[in-house]
Ligand binder design. Structure first.
Ligand code: ZN
Length: 164
């Protein structure tokens, strides 16, 4: 029997796709955000499955192009992107590393996993000084994913990656 190169190809494809940064949050990869759902070999294609984040974030077309480019740069030619809408993405899919990276970049991460976003009234701590003395300035920031807050302790404004 000749050993099949398929597992190697799949692993290479996963690594290439997982390293693609999110266009709107370039400090995070699509794997850390939970957008990357799977990489499979289907027929002769490398099929990458992704789930969109907020419907208000028009980044999925750009992400699909970035994934294809990353795969091509890894020497993988026959690619296709599959969009899966269910189960719907939530901020629970963010890895702990992703939350830590957001905070290090001055963006308050979404609340703890499993919290009910609609009724979550817990304060959003300032990512700079960790004070809970913060107030929301605007529901929508530069993108629908983020709201704008201000810390009344250190007086710095900051983005909050909203619970979803
Ligand atoms: Zn502060």
């Amino acid at each position: 029997m000749v050993s099949t190169p398929q597992p190697t190809l799949r692993d290479r494809a996963w690594s290439a796709a997982a390293a693609v940064p999110d266009p709107e949050l370039p400090m995070l990869t699509i794997a850390e955000l939970g957008i990357l759902r799977g990489v499979e070999l289907v027929d002769r294609f490398v099929e990458v499955t992704i789930t969109p984040t907020y419907s208000g974030c028009p980044a999925m077309a750009a992400i699909a192009l970035d994934i294809e480019r990353a795969l091509h740069e890894a020497g993988i030619e026959n690619t296709r992107i599959r969009l899966v809408l269910a189960p719907a993405w939530t901020t629970d899919w963010l890895t702990d590393e992703a939350r830590a990276k957001l905070a290090r970049n001055g963006i308050a991460p979404p609340g703890a996993r499993g919290s009910n976003c609609l009724f979550d009234n817990t304060p959003v701590p300032c990512p700079r000084c960790e004070s809970n003395a913060t107030e929301r300035i605007a529901e929508f920031g530069a993108t629908a994913c983020k709201s704008i807050w201000r810390c009344t302790a250190c007086r710095e404004p900051f983005d909050h990656f909203k619970c979803h």
